[in-house]
Design a protein. Sequence first.
Lengths: 290, 321
Amino acid sequence: MSVQPLTLRQNFVAVTQLRRRLPFLIWIALAVIFFVLLAVLFAEQLAPLSPNTQDLILRAKPPSAEHLLGTDQLGRDILSRLIFGARAAVIGPLLVAVGGFTIGIILGLSAGYLGGNTDSLIMRWVDLMYSLPGLLVTLVIVGIVGGGYPLAVLLLIIYFSPADTRIVRAEALKQRVLPYVEALRTLGIPRRQIIFRHLIVNVMPIIVSYIFLDFAFALVTLSALAYLGVGVPPGVPDWGRMLFENQTLIFANPWAAITPGIAIVVTAASMNLIGNWLFEVFAHRTEVRM
Amino acid sequence: MTRVWLPRLIVRRLLVLIPLLLVVSIAIFGLLHLVPGGPVRALLGDKVATPQTTAAIRAYYHLDEPFLIQYWDWLQGVVQFNFGRSIRTSQLVTDAIRERIGLTGFLGFYGFLITACFGIPLGIIAALHRSSFVDQGIVALTVVGVSAPAFASGILLLYLFSIAIPLFPTFGPGVDFFDQLKHLTLPAIAMALSAVALIVTVTRAAMKEELQKDYVVSARARGVSAREIIFGYALRNALIPVTTVLGLVFVHMITGAVLVEVTFALPGIGSLLIDSIHAVDIPMVQGLVLVAAVFIVAVHLIIDILYAVVDPRVRFGRVSE
């Protein structure tokens, strides 16, 4: 029994409100992600123009029938560039989220299940990485050494993995003491099999919800890098880079500067909403099951 | 015995930090050798590579010596705040940083202040009205906040409050204190937005947890007023995790400053870093990164000490170690 500063009736109202309201927001978020994925897959068909076609007569023009969101400094169509930019906005963050968790699962499950020296060694590394501003480190290394987008993605995978390790470890610690693990151990199942066949399945729901949250954060970080001129090669449409290129047009064609920012925020917010929602759903489910 | 814990704690932490800083400084020095084309090319900048200039550079930077000797020479300069001269502008790195650090510091403190003044109260309000419209509204705002990188929110704020509704100047750092305050308000808000979201989330979660604890129940049973329970009991405990995250926020203000200084065309050390990276101005990058590293380490030291001050359990745990 928990005592809260809310009455029973207020709690009941809140829960029913949550049921009715949350899916609505989630529907919007899912719709946003659906459209972004459409843009990724069918950019050629959806975009009215090629993203790199320059029209030097129609430079930095506000929206018109021909260019729905106007043009940038080089006369390129903003809408087409936004649609093509969805690719860079999905592929990199997806690699970072999945890659970070691949490392996180291996280290986190080992640390959480094995404990002892393995645990303290892994957690020491995690603590060290936690104190680094990853965006700055990536910025300096990629900026100086070169290596572009692939290196930036790789460094971000390394930067994301400590947080993922910590999440998986906490979950593994919770699972480790449950009867099914004890049963497996009594049956003489090898440790490796317990970890990577049985524990992993029960940790997966939490990981899936965090992959969405990581995706959102990776999108924000990668577009910040692109904005600062590190990452996608020149010419490839990227929302962060577009924002940088077009911010001086804020008087001539404000849409050129604002819409890439909106695209980043809306996509990231949708992924965050879905991730949070999945987390609540999964957390609730495991609670009921136990 | 417990009276001398603070100096002891500081000394112990410093002993850990010195090797850490050494490792970081080796990495920073190593940057020079990671430049494509090698260190001589990097140090030449846009000068022509004649045998004379190449030889002069090799001699001046001791490039023919082993790596560790080069590092040692460099480190001796660094501890005396001598990072060499910028390749791009030939200005002393120390002077360039000194000129610009004030603006970034101002911006960082301003952003931090906004974060603390809005983040903590909003988090408390959300926790007190859990699952209500107020709570859900605040949570929705945090989702937008963590999804908005500083440059995207910066450009939106710039458009809304400088161009559509001309309340604030569009760019520049301002001249005196109040002018600067006015010029840096939008950048500071842009930078603080995602940090506010983070602080709200942490405060809300910590406060919710504390309010469910037994000591709150017993205080309520004894008839302690709601105000006393919230501010005198629950908040004090909830602030422990918040303190840690506030420290991290301070560190992330550096990242925010880099982005926002580019968006708002501010001459701080963030925009200096970007310009230097694009110009492969190694001495300047090294100086700036080292300043950032020392700052981060100092913040972590302060968090550790504050943590021990705020939470007696940490203090006693450390002393009995």
